[in-house]
Design a protein around this ligand. Structure first.
Ligand code: COA
Length: 679
């Protein structure tokens, strides 16, 4: 019998309840209500000796329905359903496969028996959503695996394989036929809540707690999760449960949890192309990469690790040989650490090509040479001569006009931007830049390729700097204005780091080197309108040989690689001179003003990008800033931040940056940005 959300069948004397609620069998109100009905039937029918709960499709249960967290709770609540399972006089087993996460694992923990199929992933990832488990997970899990293991799992949100879960006592058995094995194990009731927490050395608990706090950067959810797990050993079950629920409800209402939920859905929305671009992707198996520099190597590594065949082309024989050795060593290291399948190395699908004809077999060619339009156009002329018909031709440019590059070929319909971030084998962001000339299916091919690399691929239109660099430029420019207005680099950096950025903008600039921006600014100097506010500090530093960390000095100094606490007299003098030249009376900028101005610059640029269609949807911008630019995930990106601000205050901040910028400022349509919903 199908009840919608749950399918019941009777096997012998056991009731089998299969949760059937695509895509991931989330425990929505409907499913919870059906579980209550199922328990009533189990209790009422004498011929039934117990029940097995399982899931239809690819997984057991993907968790609570995350979308419901934004709405008032709807009865029956999950903790109540789980209490009914425990109170039921007949035993209930959980048969797990695919994923048993969050509320799904909590449900399994409330059962008397747990059997998992090989390949099941189990976990309580609530902290990654700014929450803690709210249906007994923090109280039941430690009763099975001990406090320190529970702290590790709940405090970091780590996912366990089936065998590891069995070794910890979280599941009773791993079996290919989990339902059959669970039926065989249905015997007496065995309530996890009635078990005692196994004793452990206090040192072990302290170490587990410290490790989880460190991994979770001490965020409130992590602290609450650890406290809740501690309670399991200190309080009676009912009291621990009540404390857990109270902490869960408080966190659920927090802006941080709302921001993390936003990111969860934003990351998934980013994978969906707008209707007009949806098409079958081209088949990609062999990838050619042009250029064995840092970027080319990183892209080659990511591509090899994803199981593609790679041809790495470079005209420099020394660089080529070195690249081969480096890639082999890096992949061997990753395999030894268990991060990639050892089979990827035997044999490594890497060919080093000395001539252009080497790229002929490639389905996808990725150019990763020097960032210069003339150089790239020349390379694309060669690619056009040697790539096979139908191959996708991609450029890894971070700013340049893709169509100007495509025009160097006779097949602009096959040219696409794939903007990787450095180091390309580590950074999870990939900007997929589509042009109006691109053939149907080209953007889809780029997105599918990004997904196979395990990256967050985000579609962008072909505008200068695409999404990320365009926003970052607006932000960085505003931060430079603040130097002239009265702040020191360390004040700007400290304010933004306190907001949650991994690094402030001047620390980032020093790390990536000031010379790239110097070159660009110098090339623009001749055509720059004299009325445009331009802060000449970076150029002045570069002229003194201060190119950033690599030269031992930039905005900061780096004696023995140590970042100085503040800027030195040279930098301060340069900044003071810039302020004086502009006739600015310097004033103190409070951290709050620094943060609001820097973010308002991002928000305004985001509104422009959305209006111009460079961004397909507002939330894509958040995915880009969080995964490519160190924007704190717990704040959800600049768009989510803007949407939680007072509207009038935000408009005033934009007035402020308009006044600070002066000539040439373009105001973005804030209403559009704030009200757009995910398409
Ligand atoms: N609640 C609501 N929707 C969920 C969900 C949940 N717990 N988990 C997944 N979904 C939705 C996704 O939004 C996506 O929807 P879309 O197709 O409309 O974009 C769809 O289910 C598929 O999810 P996706 O992550 O793309 O599928 P997958 O097969 O790669 O992974 C999971 C499946 C379950 C492993 C993964 O979705 C996951 O980790 N989910 C979150 C688990 C979690 O944090 N649970 C704790 C909740 S308290």
């Amino acid at each position: 019998m199908t009840m919608g959300g749950l399918t019941l069948s009777v096997r012998g004397d056991v009731l089998v309840a299969e949760i059937d609620h695509p895509p991931v069998n989330a425990l929505s109100a409907l499913v919870r209500a059906k579980l209550v009905e199922m328990l009533a039937r189990l209790g009422a029918e004498e011929r039934l000796r117990g029940a097995v709960i399982t899931g239809a499709g690819g997984c057991f249960i993907g968790g609570a329905d995350i979308a419901e967290f934004d709405r008032p709770p709807e009865a029956p609540l999950l903790p109540d359903v789980l209490a009914m399972i425990e109170a039921c006089p007949k035993p209930v087993a959980a048969a797990l496969h695919g994923a048993a996460l969050g509320g799904g694992l909590e449900l399994a923990l409330a059962c008397d028996v747990r059997v998992a199929e090989p390949g099941t992933r189990l976990g309580l990832p609530e902290v990654t959503l700014g929450l803690i488990p709210g249906a007994g997970g923090t109280q039941r899990l430690p009763r099975l695996c001990g406090v320190s293991a529970a702290m590790r799992l709940i405090g970091t949100g780590e996912r366990l394989g089936a065998e590891a879960a069995r070794a910890l006592g979280v599941v009773d058995e791993v079996a290919a036929d989990a339902v059959g094995a669970a039926m065989a194990r249905l015997g007496a009731k065995r309530r996890v809540s009635a078990l005692a927490v196994p004793p452990e050395a206090p040192d072990e608990i302290l170490a587990a707690e410290a490790a989880a706090l460190k991994a979770g950067k001490g965020r409130p959810a992590v602290r609450a999760a650890l406290a809740a797990v501690r309670n399991a050993a200190a309080l009676p079950f009912a009291e621990g449960l009540a404390a857990e629920r109270a902490a869960f409800l408080a966190l659920r209402a927090s802006p941080e949890a709302a921001a993390l939920r936003h990111m969860f859905f934003a990351e998934r929305a980013a994978q969906r192309l707008p209707a007009a671009l949806r098409a079958a992707p081209r088949l990609v198996e062999e990838v050619a990469i042009i250029g064995a520099g840092t970027m080319g190597l990183g892209i080659a590594q990511a591509t090899l690790e994803a199981g593609f065949g790679v041809v790495l082309f470079d005209t420099d024989a020394g660089k080529r040989a070195q690249a081969g050795e480096t890639l082999r060593a890096r992949l061997a290291e990753r395999a030894a650490a268990g991060r990639i399948a050892p089979a990827l190395l035997s044999p490594l699908r890497l060919t080093l090509a000395a001539g252009w004809d080497g790229i002929a077999p490639a389905d996808l060619v990725i150019e990763a040479v020097f960032e210069d339009l003339a150089v790239k156009r020349e390379v694309f002329g060669q690619i056009d001569l040697h790539a096979k018909p139908g191959a996708v031709l991609a450029t890894n440019t971070s700013y340049l006009d893709i169509e100007a590059i495509a025009a160097a070929t006779a097949r602009p319909q096959d040219v696409l931007g794939l903007h990787f971030f450095s180091p390309a084998n580590v950074m999870k962001l990939l900007e997929v830049v589509n042009t109006p000339s691109a053939a149907p299916g080209l953007a889809a091919t780029g997105m599918a390729f990004g997904k196979r690399l395990g990256k967050h691929a985000v579609l962008c239109g072909n505008g200068f700097g695409f999404l990320g660099n365009r926003i970052y430029n607006a932000y960085r420019t505003q931060c430079e204005f603040m130097l002239e207005d009265g702040a020191w680099p360390e004040e700007v950096d400290a304010a933004l780091e306190a907001f949650g950025f991994a690094m402030g903008p001047f620390t980032v600039a020093d790390l990536s080197g000031l010379d790239i921006a110097w070159r660009m600014r110098t090339s623009q100097a001749a055509t720059r309108d004299a009325r445009v506010r331009h802060v000449p500090v970076l150029e002045a530093l570069c002229e003194q040989g201060r190119l950033g960390r690599k030269t031992g000095a930039g905005y900061y100094t780096y004696a023995n690689g140590q970042h100085s606490a503040g800027s030195d007299e040279v930098v301060r003098g340069t900044i003071l001179a810039a302020s004086a030249a502009r006739g600015i009376v310097r004033r103190t900028l409070e951290p709050a003003e620094i943060v609001r101005r820097a973010l308002a610059a991002m928000v305004n640029e985001a509104a422009l990008l959305l209006a111009e269609g460079v961004a397909a949807r507002a939330s894509d911008i958040d995915v880009v800033l969080v995964h490519g630019y160190g924007f704190p995930r717990f704040r959800g990106g600049p768009v989510q931040w803007a949407r939680t601000q007072d509207r009038a205050a935000l408009a005033r901040d934009i007035d402020l940056i308009e006044a600070a910028t002066g000539f040439g400022f373009r105001r973005g349509p804030l209403d559009l940005l704030l009200t757009e919903t995910l398409p």
